[in-house]
Write a protein that binds this ligand. Sequence first.
Ligand SMILES: Nc1ncnc2c1ncn2[C@@H]1O[C@H](COP(=O)(O)OP(=O)(O)OP(=O)(O)O)[C@@H](O)[C@H]1O
Ligand SMILES: [Mg+2]
Length: 245
Amino acid sequence: MSPVPHDPLRVEDCDAGGEALALLEGAARTYRSGAVAVEALQPVNLCVRRGDFLAVMGPSGSGKSTLLHVLGCLDRPTAGRYLLDGRDVSALADRELAAVRNATIGFVFQRFHLLADESAVRNVALPLLYAGVGRVERARRAAEALESVGLGPRMAHRPNQMSGGEQQRVALARALVKRPRLLLADEPTGNLDTVSGERVLSLIQAENAQGTAVIMITHDPEVAARAETTLLMRDGRLMAGPRPV
Ligand SMILES: Nc1ncnc2c1ncn2[C@@H]1O[C@H](COP(=O)(O)OP(=O)(O)OP(=O)(O)O)[C@@H](O)[C@H]1O
Ligand SMILES: [Mg+2]
């Protein structure tokens, strides 16, 4: 939970507080292929503070993943600005963007995105490898992250030797292993049964309680209800959802 509730769509408030972790100012994303242009994300203002927990709902194709990819530095806005921790990252080159991502962001995908031929512990250790952490320290921290999601006994298993819920917890451990300040989750429970989904949600909530800002996409109103604020995406526009501040 954020220390002081605020309206994430009002960037003016955020500026005044001067404590924005992630700040989109008129950020937009247009995809072009040949003569066709898709305005997947219309200019959006969004302010995310430390400890926020936002859910984003909206129909398929409305631009939710596009928004999350921009916030996660997996993509850049084609217009407007993105300030992450006060730094304008909208125009960074790929390598710099990857470095910022590695340092600040944890990302959980709907389809886990684990390396199929690597064990759970090696999957989780990957962001540490990219960050230049030594082998022994990597193994220690990856094991710790797996323990924290209840997968101590599955360290050596490969993804195809684990259930969907377990794979998603491995993906969550990988997202959290570098203690990100911003956790982004694109339908983290979309492919899980109720019990596994509940376990993943509880872990995300526990992480948020430690101060990590969380933005989670979901189609499920009950899942969205776990967040502090729900935003709605429609035709590339972001607006207050059914449970605004
Ligand atoms: N790489 C791309 N090139 C061209 N158009 C794209 C690309 N990625 C997404 N789009 C288009 O942008 C729009 C928004 O896509 P996005 O994936 O953000 O939707 P979404 O809200 O996440 O949908 P879903 O709920 O189905 O995951 C869609 O119309 C989609 O076809
Ligand atoms: Mg999507």
